[in-house]
Each structure stands twice: as structure tokens, then as C-alpha cells.
Ligand binder design. Structure first.
Ligand code: UGA
Length: 443
């Protein structure tokens, strides 16, 4: 099928590439000329395992095109996807300016019936706004062209995006128009293996499904962080508690890892946006507000542990920080817990030697040159001349370090483990003090 995708960010680029990979003819449009030129030369703007060879192969095979020419791209697709960003507005609600700008562009250029499919994470009711925007442009052109607006939210995770896209656990299609549903079913047929994965529903339910999924996952994390904080107070180990509850299939093993708080471009923004939508409809979403509040304070928890260890004075201390990205396998630092930690350390007069396997460049872009930050090119280099180690992101390569060597490197012989990667006994056996999240027994 002929598909047009607006936006070559995470969602647009990965979706476009996967659709091309199963044989569809895909044109990706972006307003960023440099990005489009780069993609046409095989330069991938994001770090995502497995994506680069797929983009190159499908581009070379002539099934995946990148352009800034919206008009010709709109002429190409039977299905036109909107996969542009929805950053938070000042009040936390999703800013729809990019989504509606694409809708207007579509309205200005369509010449034949199309299905416009919204993949961006948008508040309930956005499909109606997209519909109205396109209709207004058509009216201005004095044209009557049939079009439909469907919702098809994306559930892929950064770092595992290609896999999620190629092997989705569900495909949500929101549309009450049987012809549009049929088109989307045909498009996704190659991904719909073994059992029916396509769930068809009305547009508003599809829009809400996306927020409900992310809010549920964020709730699990904040819940576990709360239990961790209680564990710390009562002298229990949350890692034991996690193992004690995860085997109950009603709870499950996923997303019950306590840590330094959730970050990224989705959870913080989506929890806030859903709470805001609820409020706009006269409902105060107390649970969502609490999920957000717990996460905000959790991001400061590592620093609290550090302060506790140092009796409130870290002035002049140097901290080795392992991990800057909001999670492993990405270079993304949006809303990352590391940013809160670094800001707190700097405000308290401490210095940082940081290492991230992928996000060093991003850190340089965000923080610029500053004398209290050294970006190191290995985990070991970060330890040199440091007083203490703080682990913020659970990259695989940080999982089994040589604690004896760490002990030799650190002047103050202490590890703050923001992701509970280590067993306290193992760390303490190397004569290092250990602080984890919710590990009351070791404090
Ligand atoms: C999230 C969802 O998992 C995807 O399903 C969704 O499609 C995506 O948002 C989106 O809306 O686009 P992502 O933000 O890439 O994906 O990252 P996650 O793997 O979900 O992790 C989010 C944060 O939660 C990370 O900071 C991670 O460290 C934290 N986390 C995760 C925990 O603290 N504990 C856990 O048990 C799991």
C-alpha cells in the first residue's frame, strides 16, 4: 500500500521503516531539511538498535523515501499518518500545534479521498479537531473531498522500538468508518501473526487507550517507588518485596522496578496531559496527580541519600556518575533523572565526572562547557579522582563491575545505586558503603 508519514521522529521513522520493511511504499515527510538530507544519505538522527540497517536497506530498495515536499507526499499516500510531536504546553496539556499544522497542510493539498491516521499521542477529541482543520482548508479551496480521520496510537518503547513495531502485542485502530478500518487492517496484516492483535474501537476510546496504558505503567513505577521509600523507613529490602509480589500474575514482573524515577518523552508528559484533560472535563484525577508527585520527589531521592551519607555537605566532592540517558539503549535525556541529580549536586557545590555509553554528546549539548562537569569516555575513566560513585541508568555494562577496582579508585569508598543493580553484600564485601533504593536493611 502507499503510505505517507508526517514526522521522522521516533514514532514516524520507526513506523515508516517497519511498514516499508514488510513491502509497503512509504514516503516520510519532515520540515527539517537537514534531517531529511541526512536520512537520504543514511544518517539516522536517533540511536535505536537495529534501525540504521533497516532504514538503509529499505531506502536502497526504493520502498522508503524521505522528503520535505509535503504536497507531493500527500499525493502519494492512500493512508496519511500524523506522527509529529505533542510537547507539553505551559499548563501540562499536550500542545497540538504540530498535529494541527499537518492537518492544515493535508487539507491544502489533498486531491482524492484519503484516510488520515493519527499516531501522535493526543488528547481525547483531537481527531475531531484534525477533521475540522482539514474540512476548513477544503472549504477554503471550494472542494468537497471525502476523507476520514482515524486514531492508531503507538506503543513502542525507545531502545526496543524496531522489535515493538515488528512484533506488536496489540494494534489499536480507532475508527467508526468500516472502509478506513479495512484499509488499516490490510496495512497491518503482515504484523498480525498467530492471533488477532488488531483491536478496533471508536476514535475517542483509542485516544484514551494510549494515555491509559502509559498512565498505568507510570502508576506501577510510582507505586513501587513509594513502597521502596516505606521499605527504607521500616528497615525492609524492596528488592525482596518485589520478588515477593511479582510472581502473582495479577501484579506481574514488569514495571515494578523501583529506581531514581521515570523519565523520557512519554510518561512524564502523558500522565500530566491526562490529568489536565480530566480537569478540563471537571474531574480531578487524584491518583494521576499523586503518580506525578511521587515521581518528582523520587528524582531527588539519590541526592537525599548522598546528603544523608555526607551529613548534608558535599561541597568540593567529586561524583562519578554512570548513566545519563533516561533509560538504557537510548541517547535520550529528556526528563532523565540524571538531570535532576546533576543540578542538585552542582547547586550543592559538588563536581561530576559522568559517563554514558550513548548520551555523552547529548549531555554536552544540554549542559555545554562547565568546569564542574567532565564527560568521560569510559566507566573506569569516570571513577578517576572521584570520591563516590552514583549509578543512574541501568546499562548492561554497569551490571557486573569490579568492586575491588572501584574501591581503589574512590576516595570515600561509597556507591549510590539508583537502579538497585547490585547486591548490598557484594558491594560491602569489597569494603564499599552501599546505598540503594528502598534497601532499608543496609542503611
Ligand atoms: C513508554 C512506554 O513503555 C511505551 O509503551 C510507549 O509507547 C512510550 O512510552 C510512548 O508513549 O511513546 P519509553 O518512554 O520509551 O516507553 O520507556 P520505558 O521503557 O517505558 O521507560 C520509561 C521510564 O520508566 C524510564 O525512565 C525507566 O527507567 C522507568 N522505569 C521503567 C522504572 O523506573 N521502573 C520500571 O520498572 C520500568
Amino acid at each position: 500500500m502507499r503510505v505517507t508519514i508526517f514526522g521522522t521522529g521516533y514514532v514516524g521513522l520507526v513506523t515508516g521503516t517497519c511498514l516499508a520493511d514488510v513491502g509497503h511504499d512509504v514516503v516520510c515527510v519532515d520540515i527539517d531539511q537537514a534531517k531529511v538530507e541526512g536520512l537520504n544519505r543514511g544518517v539516522i538522527p536517533i540511536y535505536e538498535p537495529g534501525l540504521e540497517p533497516m532504514v538503509k536497506a529499505n531506502h536502497a530498495a526504493g520502498r522508503l523515501h524521505f522528503t520535505t515536499d509535503a504536497a507531493s507526499a500527500i499525493g502519494h499516500g492512500d493512508l496519511i499518518f500524523i506522527a509529529v510531536g505533542t510537547p507539553p504546553d505551559e499548563d501540562g496539556s499536550a500542545d497540538l500545534k504540530y498535529v494541527l499544522a499537518v492537518a492544515a497542510t493535508v487539507g491544502r493539498h489533498i486531491e482524492r479521498p484519503v484516510v488520515v491516521v493519527n499516531k501522535s499521542t493526543v488528547p481525547v477529541g483531537t481527531a475531531d479537531k484534525v477533521q475540522a482543520t482539514i474540512a476548513a482548508e477544503l472549504r477554503a479551496r471550494g472542494l468537497e473531498i471525502a476523507f476520514d480521520v482515524a486514531s492508531n496510537p503507538e506503543f513502542l518503547k525507545e531502545g526496543d522500538a524496531v522489535n515493538d513495531c515488528m512484533r506488536p502485542d496489540r494494534i489499536v485502530v480507532g475508527s467508526s468508518n468500516p472502509a478506513a478500518v479495512e484499509k488499516l487492517k490490510r496495512l497491518y496484516a503482515p504484523f498480525n501473526r498467530n492471533h488477532e492483535r488488531i483491536v478496533v474501537m471508536d476514535v475517542r476510546s483509542a485516544e484514551l487507550t494510549k494515555y491509559a496504558a502509559n498512565a498505568m505503567l507510570a502508576t506501577k513505577i510510582s507505586f513501587m517507588n513509594e513502597i521502596a521509600n516505606i521499605a527504607e523507613k521500616v528497615g525492609a529490602d524492596v528488592e525482596m518485596v518485589r520478588q515477593g509480589i511479582g510472581s502473582d500474575p495479577r501484579i506481574g514482573w514488569h514495571f515494578i522496578y523501583p529506581g531514581a524515577g521515570y523519565g523520557g518523552s512519554c510518561f512524564p508528559k502523558d500522565v500530566q496531559a491526562l490529568a489536565r484533560t480530566a480537569q478540563q472535563h471537571g474531574y480531578g484525577a487524584r491518583l494521576l496527580d499523586a503518580v506525578e508527585a511521587v515521581n518528582d520527589s523520587q528524582k531527588g531521592h539519590l541526592f537525599e541519600l548522598i546528603q544523608r551519607h555526607y551529613g548534608g555537605d558535599v561541597k568540593g566532592k567529586t561524583f562519578a556518575v554512570w548513566g545519563l540517558a533516561f533509560k538504557p539503549n537510548t541517547d535520550d535525556m529528556r526528563e532523565a533523572s540524571s538531570r535532576t541529580l546533576l543540578a542538585q549536586l552542582w547547586a550543592a557545590g559538588a563536581r561530576v565526572r559522568a559517563y554514558d555509553p550513548e548520551a555523552n554528546e547529548e549531555a554536552e549539548r544540554i549542559f555545554g562547557e562547565r568546569e564542574d562537569l567532565v564527560l568521560c569516555d569510559s566507566a573506569r575513566a569516570a571513577l578517576a579522582d572521584a570520591d563516590a560513585l552514583v549509578v543512574v541508568t541501568e546499562w548492561k555494562q554497569f551490571r557486573s563491575p569490579d568492586f575491588v577496582r572501584i574501591r581503589q579508585a574512590l576516595a570515600d569508598a561509597v556507591i549510590f545505586d539508583g537502579r538497585n543493580l547490585y547486591h548490598p553484600d557484594e558491594v560491602e564485601a569489597a569494603d564499599l558503603a552501599y546505598y540503594g533504593i528502598g534497601r532499608g536493611r543496609s542503611i
